[in-house]
Ligand binder design. Sequence first.
Ligand SMILES: [Fe+2]
Length: 369
Amino acid sequence: MSFVLRPFLHRCLAPEQKEPDAALEAVFGVAEPGRGHNCSGMKPSVILTALAVPVLAGLGGWQPGSAEQPGRFSLVQRTLDREVAVDFTAPAGGIWRVDTTSDLQGWEGWVSFTSAGVTRHLDSAAAYHPQRFYRAIEVASATPLTGDHFATQTGDAVIHPVNHASFVIGWDHRVLYVDPVGGAERYRDLPRADLILLTHEHGDHLHTGTIESVRGPDVAIVASQAAFNGLSPGLKTSAQVLTNGARATLLGLTVEAVPAYNLTTSNHPKGNGNGYVLTLGGKRLYISGDTEDTPELRALRDIDIAFVAMNVPYTMAVAKAASAVREFRPKVVYPYHYRNADGTFADLETFKWQVGTDLGIEVRLRKWY
Ligand SMILES: [Fe+2]
């Protein structure tokens, strides 16, 4: 993957922050206030749009003074709950990555996306930082996997929600699929799978036709026993079973199967389904599968990124999910699998409010449906 750099840097300050100091401006060159950006909402006077000339020059791409800007931050604004809404405006179809930093000591990838003209993302981690800086980089790639970026010891992990329980993770030149269902069209523009994780055999988690359409030539499949039983003979040759508590190391990552079951219904009997804890590049990801707030879930520790199901009556209600999340304290939690049996969706704003901010847990809401 190669990058063409389009240097735009924006600083967003918390309402209580004062004007940026002179040293900062010196480092980042030209301050360009008054371009319509509203970083604080409360105090537009603290807005600074800085072109990062001294730092980013020499890496190619647009330079100050050239005629056309290929993209720009059209809004960077603190929300009432101290997150930051970031709008980026660029011609539709271009692929961009926005990086962020809170202290200018090092940039981290935050989110990549295909431009839709104006594309908005919510930086929910910003609630825990008094200031945030953003820069955008146009990415040239024939087969991009866009989504949320998390730094690992071996490059970014990229989280790409697809639908309901299905999502894709890109990491270290590998592509991991979780419970791919819904048919080939849904995955048409995504890279093929090196590893497929199957939590259990229900139709919203296992569909062999979809697996056939997304699998790469050397795919490995990790499945619960019941999910394995539902695979075609051909797919079974690429699959291995993990029972609750078992683990495997493959493709440079560790996969641990953890229990996923209901406490109050028989939808998902204990011992049948798997959740997974992945360790990749030093980061630990938890994928809940279909579960309630079991003791095993509540006992998890040291989880960096958690995907937690919440729908009724199949998994758990929002209050239980929030309570469990507060107990196992992942750094970041994605609600997923949140469509209820009646077609409504779990109230994610209530979930977010119930998780709260006092424990430093970032609730990351993304488009899953
Ligand atoms: Fe499900």
